[in-house]
Ligand binder design. Structure first.
Ligand code: NAP
Length: 243
């Protein structure tokens, strides 16, 4: 059985991705940091359907906690086939109001986490000469968004890191790709007004907001052998908002 670690899988895109992987036969590790109730309720839901799932609490901005999670998975399942770096936070603030600690937190949760997990897991994948790494960026990491300078910078960093790592790990049989969604209806966008959302829909050729499943399906494809010749790419599930 293949094993997949999904970071930030207690809610939103990560939870839906964990659901999809588990239902498609992966032993799935639901990582969470704060939302313990949601993570265990997802675990119970999937166990009741006969899936193989575990929950692991780790703040992915901390290297040692990522290492403990990888050690747990290797000890129990002897392998890590797929790593999905989904955990993330957002903040809307003019640069004028962004503090140094806002900057440090955003960069460590959204970007250092990707360094942490990739560094730890790639060692194991290189020994196995196989593996799939999928990192979550955002359309905003490509085009920029007013009052989200640090979020956009963290997501742009994920794109650069993904492309470089794809070149580095390709010869070892490891695919590294990036998924950069447009607007997806999750808690992360809970602060936006109906007018804001309507405006985004107006600018979207497919004329609707995205749902977590729209992103999870792309992530599953990138973990599958059907995408064996795809690496170093950025795929935008955005309904055509980003073309
Ligand atoms: P969300 O609903 O706010 O969920 C965020 C998830 O990340 C939660 O499960 C949360 O877990 C986890 N998380 C946050 N900090 C963490 C940490 N330090 N360690 C471990 N887990 C942590 O967000 P979402 O909309 O699903 O977004 C998921 C990813 O997609 C993010 O990287 C985001 O930037 C990206 N994205 C989202 C959109 C969108 O429109 N929603 C668009 C483009 C890209 P806990 O609650 O357990 O802490």
């Amino acid at each position: 059985m293949k094993t997949a670690i999904i970071t930030g899988a207690s809610r939103g895109i990560g939870a839906e991705t964990a659901r999809l992987f588990a239902k498609n036969g992966y032993a799935t590790i639901i990582n969470y940091n704060n939302s313990e109730k949601e993570a265990f309720s997802l675990k119970d839901e999937l166990l009741a359907q006969g899936c193989c799932v575990d929950v692991f609490k780790a703040d992915v901005s901390k290297f040692d906690e990522c290492k403990a999670m990888a050690d747990f998975v290797i000890k129990k399942y002897k392998r890590i086939d797929v790593l999905v770096n989904n955990a993330g936070i957002a903040q809307i603030k003019p640069l004028f109001d962004v503090s140094e600690s806002d900057f440090d937190k955003m960069m460590s949760v959204n970007f250092k986490s990707v360094f942490n997990t990739c560094k730890i897991v790639s060692d194991h994948m290189v020994s196995n000469k196989s593996g799939k790494i999928i990192n979550l960026s955002s359309v905003w990491g490509n085009v920029g968004s007013s009052c989200e300078t640090i979020y956009c910078a963290s997501k742009a960093a994920v794109i650069g890191f993904t492309k470089a790592l794809a070149k580095e790990l390709g010869p070892s049989g490891i695919n590294v790709n990036c998924v950069a969604p447009g607007f997806i209806q999750t808690d992360m966008n809970g602060c936006l007004s109906k007018d804001d959302v309507d405006e985004i829909v107006d600018e979207t050729p497919l004329a609707r907001v995205g749902q977590p499943q729209d992103v999870a399906n792309v992530i599953l494809f990138l973990a599958d052998e059907k995408s064996a010749f795809v690496t170093g790419q950025v795929i935008y599930p955005s309904g055509g908002w980003q073309i």
